[in-house]
Ligand binder design. Sequence first.
Ligand code: FES
Ligand code: FES
Length: 160
Amino acid sequence: MVNKVKVNLKLNGERFSAEIDPRMLLCDFIRDVAGLTGTHIGCMTGNCGACTVLMNGRTVKSCTILAAQANGSDITTIEGLSKGLELNPIQRAFHKRYAVQCGYCTPGMIITAHYLLSLGKTLSRQEIREHISGNLCRCTGYQNIIDAIEELLRDKGLLR
Ligand code: FES
Ligand code: FES
């Protein structure tokens, strides 16, 4: 019998706490305990990026850390980026540019794009490619995803 640990964190702006197995991964905590299934699980080895969330404003692959390590932190998942059914500007750009096929990579990709835009840096198309290289997409060939992010940066005057 494993002793439970209490995890207390901020999840999409709301306080959330639960007693869990100390070996539970953050991705399982988000999906199975908090019920936020927008965060996907692909490889469970830190390679695909499907499980990417923001932890204290920075991207983290949630299959690579324990939920207990996220105690006290501020976590944002894809559900936290939009207001209910209203899409946020990144989701709208992905929709407009056909940057989605099966959609499995999309929540992680959008979280990464959100982080990239939050940096406020001027970037080239090649630099966008490098920034999203931790998020794998098996369907789109990346071109439309990069087009969508490029358009968002252009709108902010941040495209090199
Ligand atoms: S499921 Fe976490 S990186 Fe693939
Ligand atoms: S849209 Fe299918 S994996 Fe990216």
